[in-house]
Structures are given as structure tokens and as C-alpha cells.
Design a protein around this ligand. Structure first.
Ligand code: FE2
Length: 168
């Protein structure tokens, strides 16, 4: 693997990482959609699928010129977070408890993305890459918004429903 020598290089490397994270996530979230029990959570996750598509497109648009996003390498952090998400879903015997677990896993993913987009946004501003900074900031704000919506749904509905589950 090539050495990273400049801030621009580091910026591009990390943009590739988050781009791959979006690609991996899109695939998995589409797959788990039918396994969601709560109609509200299903609706929120469906909306998030559209957001992920847009986030991916925003990255493609601003990084398109030099074909910067195609590294072919997998984002290992996202791969591990997805592995955990699938394991929690597969091991949850009750559909309401599964929904609560899914929200937790999705929020771990959102927090990872918030950290990644926050760093990238700061790099873009330092490098005076205005278009990139705007796109990254847009994605960052969407991640924060989705995290808040997931928290709200968990607190008001999903966790309480999971609590009512009795395994005899
Ligand atoms: Fe995202």
C-alpha cells in the first residue's frame, strides 16, 4: 500500500473509505428491510435508503473528476459494524427485540459516519475544496438527523415494545 504524503492524499483516501462504507451499507440495509417488525422503523429505514443513495451520488459528483473514489479496497470498520448488525439480527429470537437491536446497530454506524464526515469536512475546508466541503457537510447533517430520528423512535416506541416481550 502506498504511503500517504500530503493532506490532499489523506483526504482522498478517507473519502474513498466513506464512499465504500456507503456502498456496503446500502446493500445490507436493503436486505434487512423485510425483517423489520415496526412499520414506523420500516418507514424510517426506507427513507434512509434514499438518503444513502443521495449521499453516494453527492460523493460521486464532487470526486468524479479524477476517478478518485475507486480504490477497490473495503472499509474494514464498516465491514465490522455490519457484521455485528447482522449477528444481532440473526440472534434476536423476538421481532420487537430485534428492532431495538437494529436501531442500536444503525446508530453505531451513524456515529462512525458522523466522525468520518466531520473529519473530511474539516480537511476539505483546510484544503479550500468548497464544493467537496458542501457535499460532505450535507452528508454529515443527514447522518446527524437520522441518528436523532432513530433515538426518538427508540425512546418513544421501539424500546417500550421490546420491553413488553415475554419469552416463556
Ligand atoms: Fe451515510
Amino acid at each position: 500500500m502506498q504511503n500517504i504524503t500530503t493532506l490532499t492524499h489523506l483526504f482522498i483516501e478517507q473519502a474513498r473509505e466513506i464512499y465504500d462504507a456507503e456502498v456496503q451499507q446500502l446493500e445490507v440495509i436493503k436486505e434487512i428491510l423485510p425483517k423489520i417488525n415496526s412499520p414506523e422503523l420500516k418507514q424510517l429505514v426506507t427513507h434512509h435508503i434514499d438518503q444513502i443513495k443521495l449521499q453516494k451520488e453527492r460523493l460521486e459528483k464532487v470526486f468524479a473528476e479524477e476517478d478518485e473514489l475507486s480504490s477497490g479496497e473495503q472499509n474494514q470498520v464498516m465491514a465490522a459494524l455490519i457484521k455485528e448488525l447482522i449477528e444481532i439480527m440473526n440472534r434476536s429470537a423476538d421481532s420487537k427485540v430485534r428492532d431495538a437491536g437494529l436501531i442500536g446497530s444503525l446508530q453505531q454506524i451513524k456515529h462512525f459516519e458522523m466522525a468520518a464526515y466531520g473529519t473530511l469536512c474539516a480537511f476539505a475546508k483546510t484544503l479550500k475544496k468548497i464544493e467537496e466541503a458542501n457535499a460532505l457537510h450535507h452528508n454529515l447533517e443527514e447522518e446527524k438527523g437520522m441518528d436523532a430520528q432513530l433515538s426518538h423512535l427508540a425512546r418513544n416506541t421501539i424500546n417500550k415494545e421490546a420491553l413488553s416481550t415475554l419469552i416463556l
